[in-house]
Design a protein. Structure first.
Length: 242
């Protein structure tokens, strides 16, 4: 069942009628609260760096569901990963675009692997290096069977750029599910943010592999992080019985 984007980037939960002979379904607010709590619990667990991969041969074993973070250089990938996990330096941050030069893998509680991909669109590196990163990312996206979703980060101040659309084109061709998440939402007014969100929702509606829910976030204020944790927690391996 598809989610539908609501103002503010939250996904609306459908009202489910109670089946005959069963208890009525939980109210939407109770369902949403449960999702938020599940996301909080998951991302409160230890998240540890596994390895950085500079080639497809150096990828870690495909043991857990994987969630990759992609976006233009300096869009705030590392800051978002740090914010989601409640760490200040789990993923390196830099004001220099193109700092992430490899695929960085993080284990979240033995239930989900987070992957920080190199930024695209601009990099302070030789073109040969940028081409190598691009081939690495494309090979990873095409061949990683445990990859459950790619979070495509978009700066809310600028909206979708040509390079974002190129990334989404590649994901559409590879049939890899992706979800657009707006970053730096605290840098613009609520009216501007709503307009950007509406434009993005309208554009991705025409794309085959795009998840319909667009979440606006701010790593500085925490806006949208609880909603995003709740969304991403649905992709994780279930907790082991004890």
């Amino acid at each position: 069942m598809d989610d539908h984007a609501a103002p503010g980037g939250q996904a609306l939960s459908p009202i489910l009628p109670g089946a005959a002979g069963t208890e009525p379904a939980a109210a939407p607010d109770a369902e949403e609260a449960a999702r938020i709590e599940a996301g909080r619990r998951l991302f409160a667990h230890e998240c540890r760096f596994l390895r950085g991969a500079v080639s497809l041969d150096s990828l870690p074993p495909a043991d857990l569901p994987e969630l990759a973070f992609s976006g233009r250089s300096n869009v705030g990938k590392s800051s978002l990963i740090n914010g989601l996990t409640g760490r200040s330096n789990l993923a390196r941050t830099s004001n220099t675009p193109g700092r992430t030069q490899e695929l960085n893998f993080f284990d979240l509680a033995g239930r989900l692997t987070l992957v920080d991909l190199p930024g695209y669109g601009f990099a302070s590196a030789p073109k040969t290096e940028v081409a190598r990163w691009t081939r690495l990312v494309e090979g990873f996206l095409r061949g990683r069977s445990v990859l459950r979703r790619v979070v495509v980060l978009v700066d809310s101040r600028h909206g979708l750029k040509v390079s974002d659309r190129e990334m989404m084109d590649m994901l559409d061709r590879a049939a890899v599910v992706y979800q657009v998440v707006l970053t730096k939402a605290d840098k613009i007014t609520p009216t501007q943010l709503a307009a950007t969100q509406e434009q993005v929702v309208a554009e991705i509606a025409r794309r085959g592999a795009a998840h319909p829910c667009v979440i606006a976030t701010s790593s500085q204020t925490g806006l949208g992080l609880a909603d995003l944790r709740a969304e991403l927690a649905t992709l994780a391996r279930g907790e082991s019985a004890t």
